[in-house]
Design a protein around this ligand. Structure first.
Ligand code: ADP
Length: 349
């Protein structure tokens, strides 16, 4: 090989410069060499490259006081991600009252948690200047919605959003939590990557409706978590079927079993199907999530409620599988809860 020019690009952007110069470009660094590489040179270059790459990745640091983080994500908005996150947090707490559960809403542009958890107001500051979460139904909650006006749109760009995320991750006084459920924004952008790379995550739950347009993005979500080494616990198929309350006819408004097919291609499990149900929508909108407000009020509600808890059961089973390699730190018990016709897994960590 004669005199050559090599362009090494870290990241997607490349820029050609001369004379061995090094140009940082939006977090990427471009090196151009105008000489033949010897074996030693190429080794040095490899090491340098590894150095730069490792510098680029933030170090994961646990959130103070939090044992397990479960993120709830979706490709598309409006598929029921926040609804699932809220009910999952409540179900985790209901499943074992000795567990402390928190809910963190990092959906900076469209925070739903304040409304769904019926919470308003600004967080107080602790003595160490950390924000104290707001509390309802026994769940400690933090959301961008507590920091901005309810009706004001968040018109921020990259850096401001990242600084808000940093605050939500690092400047909240959670006390001691067994589980922190994180409601992610839809998509696979900066926020999702930043959260995934900054804190250790026990597992991700992907929520999707069964329709193709939502599944396409759900797949991207699952792939993103895999790329950043976050275990994907499985898919929740939300709005899977609608049953007419009068004639009982069942309609698959968003298609049938789409999430199940996607799960198969991704080698994942479907953690549960949640039907499209008026009570789920109403209880979310009134800030009385169904897992809390209608545990078994009537036959119509019992079913989706049971399904939500079955989702939890499946999630916990997945976590059990995942953590079983670490037996020294994990202890599990299966319990049957009175009243319901199912068994739930209790995870002690
Ligand atoms: P996302 O977080 O994905 O944007 P949300 O959880 O905010 O979605 O849900 C969007 C809307 O759909 C909300 O009004 C919510 O109450 C409603 N919803 C979600 N899941 C269901 C369901 N299974 N049945 C009925 N309505 C639902």
């Amino acid at each position: 090989m004669g005199c050559w020019q090599r362009l090494l690009t870290f990241g997607a952007v490349s820029l050609r410069v001369g004379g061995g110069a090094s140009v940082p470009l939006g977090g990427s660094r471009v090196l151009v060499c105008r000489r033949q590489l010897s074996g030693a040179d190429s080794e040095t270059l490899k090491q340098r490259r590894a150095q730069i790459m490792s510098r680029g990745l933030p170090k994961q640091k646990p959130i103070e006081g939090v044992k397990q983080v479960i993120v709830v994500a979706s490709g598309k908005g409006g598929v029921g991600k926040s609804t699932t996150a809220v009910n999952l947090a409540l179900a985790l707490a209901a499943n074992d009252s000795s567990k402390a559960v928190g809910l963190l809403d990092v959906d900076v542009y469209g925070p739903s948690i304040p409304k769904m958890m019926n919470l308003k107001g600004n967080p107080e500051l602790s003595q160490s200047n950390l924000m104290r979460p707001l509390l309802n139904y026994g769940i400690a909650c933090m959301s961008m919605g507590f920091l901005v006006e309810e009706t004001a749109p968040v018109v921020w760009r990259g850096l401001m959003v990242m600084s808000a995320i940093e605050k939500l991750l690092r400047q909240v006084d959670w006390g001691q939590l067994d589980y922190l459920v994180v409601d992610m924004p839809p998509g696979t952008g900066d926020v999702q990557l930043s959260v995934s790379q900054n804190i250790p995550i026990s597992g991700a739950v992907i929520v999707s409706t069964p329709q193709d347009i939502a599944l396409m993005d759900a797949r991207k979500g699952a792939e993103m978590f895999r790329k950043v080494h976050v275990p994907v616990l499985g898919l929740v198929q939300n709005m899977s079927v609608f049953q007419c309350p009068k004639c009982k006819h069942r309609t698959h408004i968003f298609g049938a079993d789409g999430a199940r097919r996607l799960a198969r291609t991704l080698d994942l499990d479907v953690l549960g199907d949640i039907p499209l149900h008026l009570n789920i929508r109403e209880t979310s909108d009134t800030g009385q999530p169904i897992v809390f407000s209608q545990p078994e009020s009537d036959e119509q509600v019992k079913k989706p409620m049971r399904r939500s808890l079955l989702v939890l059961d499946a999630i916990l089973r997945e976590m059990k599988k995942m953590l079983s390699e670490d037996k020294a730190n994990s202890r599990y018990q299966f319990v049957r809860r009175g009243g319901y016709n199912f068994s739930t897994a209790r995870l002690d960590c």
